[in-house]
Ligand binder design. Structure first.
Ligand SMILES: Cc1cc2nc3c(=O)[nH]c(=O)nc-3n(C[C@H](O)[C@H](O)[C@H](O)COP(=O)(O)O)c2cc1C
Length: 460
């Protein structure tokens, strides 16, 4: 077992006799580290970062991956073939094709770290899958930008999961608290050949070719890295400016990711933005946002993610600092907040109406927000696989918003409690099952970067 950390990457190339450009095999670790550093910037509830990934490198690990990818009981077709078409049986699907066992195939697994997962509310399970799906999306995109393209992706179904868990339990190297969620087979593609590249390849001008392909690759990777770093939850008030209709249109109609094995899982997005809708939404928040503080178990868990001092933040680089939650406040106010929000004190204050006061403060910010995003799934009981795909969609939505200069602030209280979710959906006629609600607008301030742990990775 090998724990690895992010390192800068270069992608050397060599020229084949047949003019195809292939990367040298040892570079995958560098590409993976680079991709993990980007994926690690993904959003997660309470910034708990419940993800990890595994490079299944040994023959034994590859054999297990092969078995899982071809599990006939999981109603997925994933046979070797050269055609590249997606094929579907039943409710699950493997995207693409793969030459399993070939020396150019890389097997990668996504895992959920259950020790780092939230669990105080039943809805947290879905939030963990959304968060892990976001991480997977960014990891795969960053690898593709470096030429390691998914030939097949498969989210692991429940049946397979039980068997995998059983197998993993007998494998001393698989962490007992890591739950396998998804598998990908990557192949090294020829680096995209523009006219220039083809010309240089014909002339076998390796030096110039290397520089050019490096630049082409790095531009896409750099854009992804910059956008992932710029994407931050922004809880401050937004500018009093309508959001450009074309930006909203693009966000509401994101094309399905070509690597999403559930590309059929359609997310419906509603953007609430008329003055009446926004007023009614703010009223809903004013009435219910206090529940974040009055639900004892949920609050104790939330509170455990507060990092009040810089020493605590350095020792446990997840969760949130007081500055991220309250913005720039004086030291005495911060101390007051620290005392008031202590789980031993807060229930007494809630009896005096403090939770309603906090809810009304959030409602004030909501009232001046130009757009509320509400995203829904068509099915009432989404599977783990549906939620992972939806997490991939969420990453795409948030990155697209960031590119348009927009910020998001999720308001999950309305999706975390069934009665509140139903009320929200009935009031606004939202279809299916709403899984994500957030403020959307042009930010007035730049939000501080959140604490980040090193990417959790294993090589087996
Ligand atoms: C599924 C999900 C639900 C979230 N719900 C909330 C929320 O209710 N309130 C909030 O302030 N932030 C929420 N967030 C944002 C996270 O707190 C945030 O992503 C995390 O702290 C990391 O910060 P960053 O997004 O700035 O990188 C949510 C994020 C995700 C992925």
């Amino acid at each position: 077992m090998n724990r690895t950390g992010p390192q800068p990457s270069r992608v050397p190339v060599r020229l084949q006799a047949n003019d195809f450009l292939l990367a040298a095999e040892p570079c995958f670790q560098q590409s993976l580290d680079e991709a993990a550093a980007i994926a690690n910037l993904s959003p997660s509830s309470h910034n708990c970062q419940p993800w990890g990934h595994v490079w299944l490198k040994s023959d034994r690990a590859k054999a297990l991956a092969y078995e899982l990818l071809h599990d006939p009981d999981d109603t997925t077709v994933g046979e070797d073939s050269a055609g590249g078409a997606d094929r579907t049986v039943g409710t699950h699907r493997t995207v693409g094709t793969h030459r399993t066992g070939g020396t150019d195939s890389i097997y990668l697994a996504l895992a959920q770290d259950t020790d780092r997962s939230l669990g105080a509310l039943p809805a947290h399970s879905a939030e963990m899958h959304l968060s892990c799906g976001s991480y997977w999306h960014l990891l795969l995109r960053a690898l593709a930008a470096q030429g390691w393209v998914p030939a097949a992706v498969r989210h692991v179904g429940l049946e397979t999961l039980h068997r995998a868990a059983h197998r993993a339990a007998t494998d001393a190297d698989w962490p007992h608290n890591w739950r396998l969620l998804s598998l990908a087979v990557l192949t090294r593609t020829g680096i995209p050949r523009s006219g220039d590249l083809a010309d240089l390849a014909d002339r076998a001008d390796l030096t110039e070719l290397t520089e050019l392909t490096d630049r082409a690759d790095l531009a896409e990777l750099a854009e992804l890295r910059d956008t992932a770093a710029a994407r931050r939850t922004n809880r401050a008030p937004y500018r009093d400016l309508p959001v450009a209709p074309q930006a909203l249109h693009e966000l509401a109609h994101l094309p399905p990711s070509s690597w999403d094995p559930n590309a059929r899982t359609q997310v419906t997005v509603r953007h609430l933005r008329s003055p009446m809708e926004l007023r009614r939404f703010a009223t809903l928040i004013a009435h219910h946002a206090g529940r974040d503080f009055s639900d004892d178990a949920a609050w104790r868990e939330t509170h455990s993610y507060f990092r009040w001092t810089s020493q605590d933040a350095a020792a446990r680089p997840d969760g949130f600092t007081a500055g991220q939650i309250f913005g720039p406040v004086s030291a005495p106010r911060r101390l007051l907040a620290r005392v008031a929000l202590n789980p031993a004190v807060l229930p007494h204050l809630c009896r005096l109406g403090f939770d309603r006061y906090l809810g009304s403060q959030l409602a004030r910010t909501v009232r001046t927000t130009p757009v509320i995003t509400a995203a829904s799934l068509p099915m009432d009981a989404p599977t783990t696989s549906d939620l992972l795909s939806t997490g991939m969609w969420l990453a795409d939505y948030w990155l697209t918003a960031t590119r348009a200069g927009l910020a998001l602030h999720p308001l999950s209280i309305l999706t975390q409690h069934e009665d509140l979710r139903i009320e929200l959906q009935q009031r606004f006629g939202l279809p299916g099952r709403t899984f994500f609600v957030a403020r959307l607008g042009y930010p007035t301030t730049t939000a501080a970067a959140t604490l980040r742990r090193r990417a959790s990775s294993l090589t087996l």
